[in-house]
Design a protein around this ligand. Structure first.
Ligand code: NAD
Length: 439
């Protein structure tokens, strides 16, 4: 039974443009995957928007619609893609080079991929040091580059007739940098763009252009990007939803599954050693210590936020946590991760857990991009603005209000996501109390 009034959500009429800075492994696996699913060549495994249900009301009511039937999401046929990259390869060539998908499958979706040519990128080698490409915009300053991106977005909109758009940063990980004076307000940020301030990263120029054009933004990498007062101010001013940072796939996904379980049982931990070998372009970029530092920050924070050593010092006050990524070309996108977890139980007796995850990075990331596109568009049509904490489920370092700590426990994140959908539709939120069944 519906408890409250639902909020007004504009219907998903017309086409939805998907703007992708970075047309590497994740972007191309996502685009080719959507084209394959549309043709019945594969299933959208890993995507909540396509496969998951949401329970409504009491367990006795038996109401569990698919999420996509419960909230008005854009359909896959409505998606139109465009992207930017420093390399000139069209999406077909880039998908082949990423070597994630089977060449036979790629051939079957060759036609739409071949039509997709990357637009010239806004790039700065100081932020991504290991790669270099010819497809780069030249301009007198960063404000001019932002305007060129806005022109790109306008042209895409006119050419395809999309009714709405969403941007998801799928570009390389930029070097670690902290918010500076220039990021503290929109005014100082815009002055910084005009003055070519070196502390403004390319990903922030894309985000600024998107938000100025009324386009919601998600950040799939650990870069600072919209996680600054200036761009948050712009998002709020334009009534736009934003979220980030760093897709939660692979090893960190495993951490957010296992650590809450150990903590739920009050089992102690003395150390967690994580190492990876990865051979794709992402691995090459992360071989640079500056880019790795951005990644390390998001990967390390997860564990301490879940375990809360400040509340449970006997159990988690002294956890030795290390994360390594080693670039190893033969492995390509098929990352291999090893975890050794040292835990202790009753009377302090030690135990160990070993995990060897042979994963496929982009196969895990692609459904996340799809969900973020569809949910951000939904949030936009529902009039939600600023940081979308209910989308923390998808990120290693979820953006959050300054007075809060981020929620990393994937099961709490999932409950929050589904409760937000229930709230949107005026359904009762589910607390899992359930005492009434036993009266
Ligand atoms: N695959 C995963 O599981 C996963 C998980 C979390 C985060 N990420 C992040 O997602 C991003 C994409 O990953 P990927 O595996 O596709 O990497 P990739 O190296 O295959 O693709 C990134 C692409 O971005 C391009 N690029 C770099 N700077 C750019 C700029 N300023 N403008 C336009 N294009 C630019 C590069 O040329 C490259 O083609 C990376 O930052 C990665 O760390 C990936």
């Amino acid at each position: 039974m519906a408890g409250k009034e639902s909020i007004r959500i504009a219907p998903p009429e017309g086409k939805l443009g998907v703007l992708l800075p970075g047309m590497g492994a994740v972007s191309t696996t996502f685009i080719a995957g959507v084209e394959a699913v549309k043709r019945g060549l594969g299933k959208p495994i890993g995507s909540l928007t396509q496969l998951a249900t949401v329970r409504l009301g009491k367990r006795t009511e038996g109401r569990t619609p698919l999420i996509k039937d419960f909230v008005p999401l854009a359909g896959l046929d409505a998606l139109e893609f465009c992207g930017w990259d420093i390399y000139e390869d069209n999406a077909y060539e880039a998908t082949r080079k990423a070597a994630v998908l089977d060449p036979m499958l790629i051939e079957k979706v060759r036609e739409p991929l071949e039509k997709l040519h990357p637009m010239d990128a806004v790039f700065d080698q100081n932020y991504v040091r290991r790669i270099k490409g010819p497809n780069v915009k030249e301009a007198a300053n960063k404000m001019e580059k932002a305007e060129m991106l806005m022109d790109d977005i306008r042209c895409f909109q006119q050419r395809t007739g999309v009714a709405r758009m969403v941007m998801v940063w799928c570009g390389s990980t930029e070097v670690f940098h902290r918010p500076a004076e220039v990021h503290q307000s929109l005014k100082s940020f815009e002055a910084g763009l005009a003055k070519n301030d070196p502390r403004i990263a390319p990903s922030q120029i894309y985000a600024y252009a998107a938000l100025k054009m009324g386009v919601p933004h998600a950040n799939g990498a650990p870069n600072l990007t919209t996680d600054t007062p200036a761009l948050l101010e712009l998002a709020r001013e334009r009534n736009l939803p934003i979220c980030g940072k760093d897709f939660k796939t692979g090893q960190t996904f495993m951490k957010t599954l296992i650590a809450p379980g150990l903590k739920a049982r009050m089992l102690g931990m003395s150390g967690w050693y994580s190492t990876n070998i990865l051979g794709n372009r992402d691995g090459e970029v992360l071989d640079d210590p500056g880019s790795f530092k951005s990644k390390e920050e998001t990967k390390l924070s997860v564990l301490s936020q879940i375990l809360q050593p400040e509340l449970y010092s006997e159990l988690y006050g002294n956890v030795f946590h290390t994360v390594r990524i080693n670039y190893y070309p033969p492995r390509g996108d098929a990352k291999e991760g090893w975890d050794n977890i040292d835990i202790f139980g009753w009377l302090g007796y030690p135990m160990q857990i070993k995990i060897n995850f042979l994963c496929r990075d982009s196969i895990l990331a692609a459904p996340l991009v799809l969900d973020l596109v569809l949910f951000l568009d939904l949030a936009h049509r529902a009039g939600m603005r600023g940081i979308q904490e209910w989308l923390s489920f998808y990120f290693k370092a979820p953006m959050h209000a300054p007075q809060l700590y981020p929620e990393h426990d994937i099961f709490i994140q999932l409950m929050k996501l589904k409760n937000t959908l229930r709230w949107m539709r005026g359904e009762d939120l589910i607390t899992h109390l359930g005492l009434e069944y036993y009266d």
